[in-house]
Design a protein around this ligand. Sequence first.
Ligand SMILES: [Zn+2]
Length: 195
Amino acid sequence: MQSSVLALNRAYAPVHVVDVKRAFTLLYKGQAEVVHVEDGQYLTFNFESWLELSEAKTALEDVCEWDDWVRTVTFAIQVPRVIRLLDYDRVPRNVVKFNRRNVFLRDENRCQYCTKKFGTHHLSLDHVIPRSRGGPSTWDNIVCACLRCNVRKGGRTPQEAGMKLFKAPSKPHRNPSLAHQLSSQKYSAWKNFLD
Ligand SMILES: [Zn+2]
């Protein structure tokens, strides 16, 4: 069960991404409901009615290839893509954590100098304006660079090193891992609640 479920607050604003197990626990306890988007309409289900819908879908074999299912001995239930937390009123702070992982995700593991993609072990973080010149460790001064390009650039600015940035770095609007999931058809339902 590698899928992710988008959790909304009571006002339908996205607050977290939870795993499938957590989503079903919340549903089963009645602390959340499923928000299912169909033909532009939001339909909501509690655990029992979602199970009924799942059973109907199985009977009709109305299952899309990117749907996920949890199967037990006695029943099969579809994994929801979006749930709404019924006791949660807080409005999330939309903060994207600045860390290595999120910089790599933002840059899609692409070295911003030679534009090739690498595994994370072959990548490093590069200060565009070098630290020695007062370049800060911020979203707009840090890029993903392969080890070779990083060494080549050394303590110079891209201009001095004769290297060009693939893309000017900036702070992502949303969590880069979320952006990554949004690009897949599987999570298309999330688009209704983000932006
Ligand atoms: Zn490179």
